[in-house]
Design a protein around this ligand. Structure first.
Ligand code: B12
Ligand code: SF4
Length: 640
């Protein structure tokens, strides 16, 4: 009997778990093909965050093959666990696979002598051949797509052919082995999520992307019925979120069928709560239909319009094809009309990006009134072309290892690190810090809504750009404006430390917060005074007297920690702000009343305990991004 162990610790916290999909795919492939499968004992993999000691203690039989699924978010953990396993079980074959396994690090085996085999790229065929070889002569030279050492000399075998996904009859989730894992998670009442791929590969080859650089290739798809059955099984089991790992969902017409199927399942089983694909980069013919279907059934938190940058020089340098600015605006307008939220991603620190081009990206995005904006530091992934020495030199990339923004770290586990760009040939370190401050302001004040309506009003009525408005916050006197200056001070601190998400004590309990979360906490504690300060700032800096009616409308649209879910709340206004902001009509002096009656909040649609700031933060902002959760969603307007 061969005992096969596997570690695929996923990016998650204790309450929000991803099933070990890579393990499932490898096992599925091997089970279907291997002779005498009863000789293999696949031990339930490690996939939840835990300490090395605890993981080691749970190894109760001798491991013969130990697979490690390596990602940027678990690398240090995997290395340490592998080291200890090899120490304790010297005969165990340690196999590293996954995107964090470097292809070209020639010193790898010197640094990590306890690793026996490195598998590059797709794992199914290689892992199958490794097991087959383990059962016979242990001659790894016949296994394609791997690296190993013989007498201190590194051997790289020939790259392998990609497997044909269309011949796979049944996905792993429906197999017996996942049933046991799922039923244990259900007993624990954790939110459990599944990754699902309907296809593999990406025709683009963005310089910074591990995936694109690695697989730039023809798209290889599963048969539609295989996907539909997997989704159905997960829905019956009450999965929380299905994350689609395709690089370009919406590229194929059948994606509409998949989206419709998930919708039908949701109405039957009330699961999944969310179905989250990354939309195809060029906004294709089917994206709109897919977005509409998913939005109508409340399966999405918005459609993704990933940009990374809008600067032509940057796009050329990173070899990225984007939606054009015109196309972006058209999609944003369509989304607004259909009430579909849009969210956009940018990367800060890309080659040829400068402070002014980055701020211009930010401003254009806000002008399109996005609902969610995520900005990532440019991260150096080992297999992305950008990590090559030549690129580092060409763009004068200065990098720093920073702690990973990962919820795992609270539990005294190994802190994961990532290498990020803090300066390049066109963007100085000081400018990059300032760019982060503007980013936090855009996220907190615009997308998280704290000043969204005031910003739009100033832009529409007085042509004040969003960033010009927020820019004045940088020059304020802290005696006169203590609340706003405190927030800005906080943003500066975060931009310098790079430990952006962190744990904070709120009312005696620890909570994991983003910059938006921290700013929100501070504003919530001083709401009335915050808006008074804003009124004064606008008056002093721009000579404009903001209507109190607008300040009230702005303030009320954000869910307060005192909001009574059972009673709801109603407010009256002198002006029809809803027509002005939502229908972009002219401002009319017309009395309206608005009632807010939300019952559930945040991405997990939870209720929060009234007048409990900790719970308010946790449910509304907390572990997730701000998304659309800070402002009231259920609104009813009456015109008098
Ligand atoms: C789902 C996903 C996530 C999920 C996390 C899911 C989880 N399980 O925890 C979420 C949305 C949270 C996420 C976040 C991030 N992600 Co992500 N994510 C993905 C995505 C889309 C799918 C991953 C997946 O499950 N694929 C399906 C599996 C089966 O494929 P696979 O993982 O490649 O596995 C195959 C092979 O690698 C191999 N293999 C894998 N393990 C093993 C083990 C052995 C022993 C063997 C032999 C083979 C083998 O065989 C498998 C089958 O062929 C990938 C892109 C992609 N399409 O792969 C990016 C990707 C993994 N993410 C990436 C990154 C950078 C991130 C972020 C850091 C982004 C950011 N800047 O914040 C964050 C980090 C989050 C955090 N705080 O931890 C990079 C990772 C690069 C790296 N070196 O690890 C990827 C590759 C995308 C990219 N642009 O390059 N991500
Ligand atoms: S960033 Fe997206 S589009 Fe670009 S190569 Fe990676 S997966 Fe493909």
């Amino acid at each position: 009997m061969i005992n096969i162990f596997f570690s695929e610790v996923t990016s998650a916290n204790r309450y929000d778990v991803f099933l070990p999909y890579a393990w499932g795919l490898l096992r599925n492939y091997c089970d279907d093909r291997i002779e005498n499968p009863e000789q293999l004992n696949w031990v339930t993999p490690f996939f939840r965050p835990e300490s090395i000691g605890s993981a080691l203690n749970r190894i109760s039989i001798e491991p013969h093959i130990f697979g490690f699924s390596c990602y940027i978010w678990n690398w240090r953990f995997q290395v340490e666990l592998a080291r200890k396993v090899k120490n304790k079980f010297p005969k165990c074959l340690i196999v590293f696979g996954g995107p964090q396994v470097p292809k070209n690090d020639l010193d790898f085996f010197t640094k990590y002598p306890f690793v026996d085999l490195l598998v590059h790229g797709e794992g199914e065929k290689s892992f199958f051949d490794i097991i087959k070889s383990y059962k016979s002569d242990k001659d790894w030279s016949q296994v394609l797509g791997i690296s190993f050492q013989v007498d201190g000399r590194r051997v790289d075998t020939e790259p392998k052919q990609r497997i044909d996904l269309s011949v796979i009859e049944k996905g792993p989730y429906q197999k017996e082995y996942f049933k046991e894992i799922i039923s244990r998670l259900k007993d624990e009442k954790v939110f459990w999520n599944a990754i699902l791929e309907s296809n593999r590969g990406c025709p683009y080859g963005c310089l910074f992307c591990d995936w694109g650089s690695a697989t730039k290739s023809k798209i290889n798809s599963y048969r539609t019925e295989v996907i539909l059955r997997e989704v159905e099984y997960l829905a019956i089991q009450n999965v929380n979120v299905i994350g689609v790992s395709d690089a370009n969902f919406g590229l194929f017409e059948r994606d509409i069928e998949i989206a419709k199927h998930v919708t039908a399942l949701k109405s039957q089983y009330n699961a999944p709560k969310y179905f989250m694909p990354q939309m195809s980069k060029g906004w294709g013919a089917h994206n709109e239909a897919v977005a509409q279907i998913l939005n109508d059934s409340d399966l999405t938190i918005g459609i993704t319009l990933s940009l990374q940058s809008w600067n032509e020089k940057t796009l050329a340098a990173i070899k990225r094809k984007n939606v054009s600015q015109d196309q972006y605006s058209t999609v944003a307008k369509m989304a607004k009309l259909k009430n579909i939220p849009i969210y956009t991603e940018l990367i800060l620190g890309l080659p040829e990006e400068s402070y002014s081009s980055y701020l211009s990206n930010l401003n254009k995005i806000l002008l399109n009134q996005v609902d969610e904006l995520r900005v990532y530091p440019l991260t150096m992934l080992p297999n992305a072309d950008l990590s090559d020495k030549s690129c580092r030199e060409k763009y004068k990339l200065k990098t720093q290892m920073i702690p990973f923004n990962n919820v795992i770290s609270e539990q005294e586990l190994i802190e994961e690190m990532m290498e990020v760009v803090i300066e390049n040939s066109t963007f100085s370190e000081a400018e990059m810090q300032m760019a982060w401050v503007f980013t936090f302001m855009a996220q907190s004040f615009f997308t998280a809504h704290w000043l969204r309506y005031i910003s739009i009003y100033l832009n529409r009525e007085h042509s004040i750009s969003y960033l010009d408005f927020y820019g004045v916050f940088l020059k304020l006197n802290d005696h006169q404006f203590p609340i706003v200056t405190k927030i800005i001070e906080l943003f500066f601190k975060l931009s310098r430390s790079f430990k952006v998400w962190d744990f904070y004590k709120v009312d005696g309990k620890s909570i994991y917060l983003s910059p938006v979360g921290l700013a929100s906490l501070h504003i919530e504690e001083n709401r009335e005074f915050f808006y008074l300060e804003i009124k004064k700032i606008v008056e002093l800096q721009f000579g404009i007297e903001l209507l109190d009616d607008l300040l009230l409308f702005q303030n009320h649209c954000l869910v307060s920690s005192g909001f009574d879910v059972n009673a709801g709340v109603s407010y009256s206004y002198e002006y029809d702000w809803v027509a002005y902001f939502e229908k972009t009509e002219k401002l009319k002096k017309e009395r309206i009343s608005i009632s807010y009656s939300d019952q559930y909040f945040g991405i997990n649609k939870l209720k929060f305990a009234r007048n409990n700031r900790h719970d308010w933060l946790k449910k509304i902002v907390g572990l997730n991004y701000s998304y659309l959760s800070l402002h009231h969603q259920k609104k009813f307007r009456v015109i008098f």
